[in-house]
Design a binder for this molecule. Structure first.
Ligand SMILES: Cc1ncc(COP(=O)(O)O)c(C=O)c1O
Length: 423
C-alpha cells in the first residue's frame, strides 16, 4: 500500500496528513487513496493486455458510488450478487453488457430486473435456478445469456467462511455432473448457453489452487465442445489474496511475524500463472477481482477513548468497532494496527477493542502496539475491502464517513450518519 506512508513519523495518505482528516471529519472514518485504487485496477488490466477480456470489479468488496465511478472511467465491468448491486453498478455508469450476476439465491424479481436491464450474463449456481431463469426469460420474451458456475471441489486453502470451491460449500454446480448440466442448459429455448463460471474463494494466497482450477475449466471447455456445446467465455472469478501483515513498514513499527501463508504473490503473478491455460481455450476471459482492487486503498482510523489494565490484560478502547470493521470479529481476520504518529515510546501487548457490547468486538488481540493514550489515533490498515460494506447499525451506531484522497485533495464520499437519521 505504497500510497500510505510515514513522513517524519506521521502517517500520510498520498500527500495528505491522516491526522488532519481525522480531526476535520471525525472518527471512526474510512480513508481511501484514489491513486492506489487506480494503480491496482491498472495492474490487473495490464496483466491482461492483448487478451480479449473484461475485468468485472466485484462490488461486494466495496460499493461506494465515487469509487465505482473511478472504475467506470477506467473501463471496468462489474460483478454483482444482487439486484441492489446491479442497481448500484448501473447508477455509477457501468455498461450493462459488462455486468455479470452471480449468487446462489437469486429471487425471481431480481432475475426479472437483471433481464430488464440487459446485463451480460447470469452466473447460474444450480439447475433449478437455470430453469427459473429460462421460464422468466420466456415470459418476458427474452433469452438470457448464462454461464454455469461449476464447483470444482478444489481447496483454496483460505478461511472456511470464504472458501467457495469445495463440494461442502453451497456454491456452483458439481463438476461431476457438469457435462449433462451444460448439455441440458444448451437445450433450453430461452437460454444462451455461453460460458463457464468459477470462483473458488477469497483471500487465496497460493497459486496452485488457481492453476488447478484453470486446468479443470480448460479441460471442461474441450470436453463440452467435443459434445457439441460451444463455450465462448470463461469467468474465472476473483479471490486473489492481498498482504495484511507488514502492509506499512517503518523502523519504529514492530515487524509482524509472518509465515509463508501470509505472503501475497503479486497480481501479475496470479494472472500470469493461469493466463496461458485459459488463453488456450480461445474464450473471452472475465475476471472478478474485489479485494485485490480495493483492500490496500483504504484504512479505518479510530480514536483512543480509554485504556484499561486488569492485571491480566491491557485493553485499548477505541471509537471504531465491529460495526465499522467486522472482519476481525467475523473470521479472526488480521489488520495491521498502527498509530498515526510514531514515537520512541515503549511498545506493549494489548487488545484493541471497540465500544460495542460484545466480547467479540475487537480489531486486534494480543497485538504489539506503540503505547497510545486517550485522544491519540490508531489506523487499521488494508481495510478498503469488505470493510464499509459489512458495517451495521448494531448498538444504534450511525454509519461512519468515507473520505477519498487524491494527492493533497480530499473529498467526503459518504457523509457520516447522524443519530437522528437512525431508523
Ligand atoms: C462470485 C464472486 N466473484 C468475485 C468475488 C470477489 O472475490 P475477491 O474479493 O476475493 O477478489 C467473490 C467474493 O467472494 C465472489 O463470490
Amino acid at each position: 500500500m505504497k500510497y500510505f506512508h510515514y513522513r517524519e513519523n506521521h502517517l500520510y495518505c498520498e500527500e495528505t496528513l491522516v491526522q488532519e482528516l481525522a480531526e476535520e471529519f471525525g472518527t471512526p472514518i474510512y480513508i481511501y487513496s484514489k491513486n492506489q485504487l487506480l494503480e491496482n485496477y491498472r495492474a490487473i488490466n495490464n496483466a491482461l493486455a492483448g487478451v480479449d477480456h473484461v475485468t468485472c470489479y466485484a462490488l461486494k468488496a466495496n460499493s461506494n458510488h465515487e469509487l465505482l465511478k473511478l472504475l467506470v472511467a477506467e473501463g471496468s465491468g462489474a460483478d454483482a450478487v444482487s439486484a441492489g448491486e446491479i442497481y448500484l453498478a448501473l447508477r455509477a455508469g457501468f455498461d450493462p453488457q459488462k455486468i455479470t450476476f452471480a449468487g446462489v439465491g437469486k429471487r425471481d424479481d431480481e432475475i426479472e430486473f437483471a433481464l430488464k436491464k440487459n446485463i451480460y450474463s447470469f452466473n447460474v449456481e444450480s439447475m433449478q435456478e437455470l430453469e427459473v431463469i429460462n421460464q422468466i426469460a420466456g415470459r418476458m420474451k427474452r433469452r438470457a445469456r448464462v454461464a454455469l458456475r461449476i464447483n470444482p471441489d478444489i481447496d483454496a486453502a483460505t478461511h472456511p467462511y470464504i472458501s467457495t470451491g469445495l463440494k461442502s460449500n453451497k456454491f456452483g454446480i458439481d463438476i461431476a455432473v457438469a457435462p449433462q448440466s451444460f448439455a441440458y442448459a444448451a437445450s433450453l429455448p430461452n437460454i444462451i448457453m455461453d460460458g463457464i463460471h468459477t470462483h473458488i474463494g477469497s483471500q487465496i494466497l497460493k497459486i496452485e489452487p488457481f492453476v488447478q482450477t484453470a486446468t479443470t475449466v480448460a479441460n471442461l471447455v474441450k470436453e463440452l465442445r467435443a459434445n457439441g456445446v460451444n463455450i465462448h467465455h470463461i469467468d474465472f472469478g476473483g479471490g486473489f489474496g492481498v498482504q495484511y501483515k507488514n502492509a506499512v513498514t517503518h523502523p519504529l513499527l514492530p515487524v509482524e511475524q509472518t509465515t509463508e501463508a501470509d505472503e501475497a504473490p503479486s497480481l501479475e503473478t496470479f494472472i500470469s500463472s493461469v493466463l496461458p491455460i485459459l488463453k488456450e481455450t480461445g474464450c473471452r476471459l472475465f475476471f472478478e477481482p474485489g479485494r485485490s482492487i480495493v483492500a490496500n486503498t483504504g484504512i479505518l482510523v479510530s480514536k483512543v477513548l480509554y485504556r484499561k489494565d486488569n492485571g491480566v490484560k491491557k485493553f485499548v478502547i477505541i471509537d471504531g468497532a465491529m460495526t465499522d470493521l467486522l472482519r476481525p470479529s467475523l473470521y479472526q481476520a488480521y489488520h495491521q494496527i498502527v498509530p498515526l504518529t510514531l514515537n520512541e515510546k515503549e511498545k506493549e501487548i494489548v487488545d484493541v477493542v471497540g465500544p460495542v457490547c460484545e466480547s467479540g468486538d475487537f480489531l486486534a488481540k494480543e497485538r504489539t502496539v506503540q503505547n497510545v493514550q486517550r485522544g491519540e489515533y490508531l489506523a487499521a490498515l488494508t481495510a478498503g475491502a469488505y470493510g464499509m460494506v459489512l458495517t451495521s447499525h448494531y448498538n444504534a451506531r450511525p454509519k461512519i464517513a468515507e473520505v477519498l484522497v487524491n494527492g493533497e485533495k480530499v473529498r467526503v464520499i459518504r457523509e457520516r450518519e447522524t443519530i437522528e437519521e437512525l431508523k
